[in-house]
Design a protein around this ligand. Structure first.
Ligand code: PXL
Length: 266
């Protein structure tokens, strides 16, 4: 049967990130996608309000609809926004432990929106990370989680991966997309490191890259891949999505979620 994956994340109305990116990625990686929406991000030039939080009741109802009516082989979390939502998600995951859990510690959107409140970081680090198979921070998120200075090199990324591993996730992958050199990602499993390096792609259109990367890892894990293999596939997937990004002409464009399938096949 097809593997079933639930994303617990925010809706990104522009379609590039959040649950929209997750569901597109799930489809591309041939898993059955489901979503529990925590919040809605809809910044636009017309309405004054662009950020809406879902109720805890609605989040719990969505979670149980997926878990009880369909069944879940793997879970991914993205934007969780508040400490209260993180506490709820922790409680739900403790009671209904999935075979694999990818935690993307989403904090700030590419357009600058704050997607995690400052007072929620500790709850994420202390209570959610210990449940995770993999956590996928970028450099900025790693710095905030560890309350450290800037991470500026591959060596510092390795050091950070080791420190983050102590919070209890089985694997830590730090995404070095924000380093000035090549795009390097470092995976640490508590014993050793693996590295993925790609020449930097010259584009500003990377909205949804992080969401799609963690969603692809979640999809591969749910299908039974080992973490190293899942990251390998996810890196190839997101590299193609950035290479063929979509420039809609308004700000930072979207990664192209179908690029890996369409362009690799040629
Ligand atoms: O890219 C991070 C992200 C995650 N989740 C939601 C978002 C964004 C960025 O816009 O809107 C809901």
């Amino acid at each position: 049967m097809i593997a079933r994956v639930l994303t617990v994340a925010g809706s990104a109305a522009q379609g590039s990130a959040g649950i929209q990116a997750d569901l597109k990625t799930f489809q591309e990686r041939d898993v059955y996608g489901m979503a529990a929406i925590t919040a809605i991000v809809a910044n636009n030039p017309v309405t004054s309000e662009g950020m809406f939080t879902n109720s805890l009741e609605a989040i719990e109802a969505q979670f149980y609809t997926a878990v009880k009516n369909v069944g879940v082989d793997g879970v991914k979390t993205g934007m969780l926004f508040t400490k209260e939502i993180i506490s709820l998600v922790v409680r739900l995951l403790e009671k209904n432990a999935p075979a694999s859990l990818v935690v993307d510690p989403v904090m700030i959107g590419k357009m600058g929106s704050q997607l995690l409140k400052d007072d929620a970081i500790e709850e994420m680090r202390e209570r959610l990370f210990p449940l995770a198979t993999v956590i996928t921070p970028n450099l900025h998120e790693a710095e905030r989680i560890m309350e450290s200075g800037p991470i500026t090199s591959k060596e510092e990324m390795k050091h950070a991966a080791k420190s983050l591993h102590r919070f209890g996730a089985d694997y830590v992958i730090i995404k070095g997309g924000a380093l000035p050199e090549d795009a390097v990602d470092i995976l640490y499993d508590g014993n050793g490191f693996m590295e993925w390096e790609q020449p930097r792609i010259d584009t500003i259109h990377t909205s949804g890259a992080g969401c799609s990367f963690s969603a692809a890892i979640a999809a591969e894990l749910a299908k039974g891949a080992a973490v190293e293999q899942a990251v390998n596939t996810a890196k190839a997937y997101v590299t193609a999505a950035i290479e063929h990004a979509l420039d809609f002409g308004k700000g930072i464009g979207s990664t192209y979620h179908a690029a890996y399938r369409k362009h690799r096949a040629r």
